[in-house]
Design a protein around this ligand. Structure first.
Ligand code: GLY
Length: 340
């Protein structure tokens, strides 16, 4: 792999930069991975890249978390083999978090790793999944259990893709931006109040810059990068429990619930109440407490069978590896239930 520009390029600069990368890499074959929703982004994306003139193959998966599976990954590896993809082949992931996570995973493991590019089309993928080099698929009903840390060769963020983003997808990205604001201590109130139409490129750039700085310090998540999991311990448990209960929710909706719990456990009532004004706490039925806790026990951040949380000493001051017991977590959830 020759070139890596893991920090995103934005808008027109991104297309120029990607064209230059394509010229430099001169891939033996280029694959564009999309889902059936983002396939129509290609009519905008492809004509902006002179270097794609030489041809490419489109690989399409179904939209949704179900595509982050071993079966779909195996299908994609088979297709790459059938096309004779070699180590100089390139995969360009054009899509949301699922496409970026899945495409980066198959690229980073195929023949021990081939170049790949992320072109996020959702707000969630722009501010989180496309940046930082984590990828993965779900396994045994649990999120991102198989995956690698591998930086993309290039990330292109084109905010024009957001023009047609559905409301729930917008909220999903908003949840990750709110997480970054809580962690950095900057623009929390402004970002909490922002409406989709008001989101500007500089908001996305600031959110990405915060995450990219943390990743630069601790790429493999041995320490500080763990803070990026704020809200995700309950959040991932919530998302997988919602899916098996036949009531699936977006990643962002689950992260919002996780942020409520983390703020409550942190003793930050003002921030939790402010969050509840915008995104109310959903409530946890008594019979859901145990399955949610069991899922948290599977969290990748845990050690010695203890559930480890990211909390905030105050806005902008995260702490990680905080052991949270079942009793303490249950008390926080019940307090949220009675406050709502
Ligand atoms: N989404 C959290 C991270 O990239 O570390």
């Amino acid at each position: 792999m020759k070139t890596s520009h893991s920090y995103p390029y934005f808008g027109p600069d991104g297309y120029d930069g990607l064209d230059a990368l394509l010229q430099e890499l001169a891939p033996s074959k280029t694959f564009l991975l999309v889902d059936s929703n983002t396939a129509n982004c290609l009519s905008v994306f492809v004509p902006k890249l002179a270097q794609l003139d030489g041809g490419f193959e489109v690989l399409e998966v179904s939209p949704g978390e179900e595509s982050k599976s071993l079966e779909i990954a195996a299908n994609l590896w088979s297709v790459l083999l059938e096309y004779g993809a070699d180590r100089n082949s390139l995969i360009i992931n054009v899509g949301g978090g699922v496409v970026c996570d899945l495409g980066a995973f198959i690229a980073s493991s195929y023949k021990r790793g081939i170049p790949f590019v992320n072109v996020p089309t959702s707000l969630l993928a722009m501010v989180d999944a496309s940046v930082g080099g984590k990828n993965g698929i779900n396994f045994e009903g649990l999120k991102n259990q198989l995956g690698t840390f591998t930086q993309p060769n290039f990330v292109l963020i084109d905010p024009d893709f957001l023009a047609t983003l559905p409301q729930e997808e917008w909220e999903s990205g908003h949840a990750e931006m709110l997480k970054h604001a809580l962690l950095s201590g900057t623009r929390w109130a402004e970002l909490l109040g922002i409406e989709p139409a008001a989101i500007a490129l500089h908001h996305i750039e600031q959110s990405v810059a915060f995450k990219a700085d943390i990743v630069r310090e601790d790429f493999k998540e041995n320490g500080k990068r763990k803070i990026l999991n704020l809200g995700h311990t309950t959040g991932h448990a919530w998302e997988s429990y919602a899916a098996v209960s036949g009531n699936p929710c977006t990643h962002g909706a689950a992260v919002i619930q996780g942020l409520h719990v983390a703020l409550m456990l942190s003793g930050l009532q003002d921030e939790q109440s402010a969050l509840a004004q915008r995104y109310p706490w959903q409530g946890v039925a008594e019979e859901a407490l145990q399955p949610l806790w069991e899922r948290q026990l599977q969290d990748k951040k845990n050690t010695h069978g203890e559930v480890r949380y990211v909390l905030l000493e105050h806005l902008g001051r995260p702490v990680w590896d905080v052991e949270i017991t079942l009793e303490r977590w249950t008390a926080a959830v019940l307090a949220l239930n009675s406050a709502s």
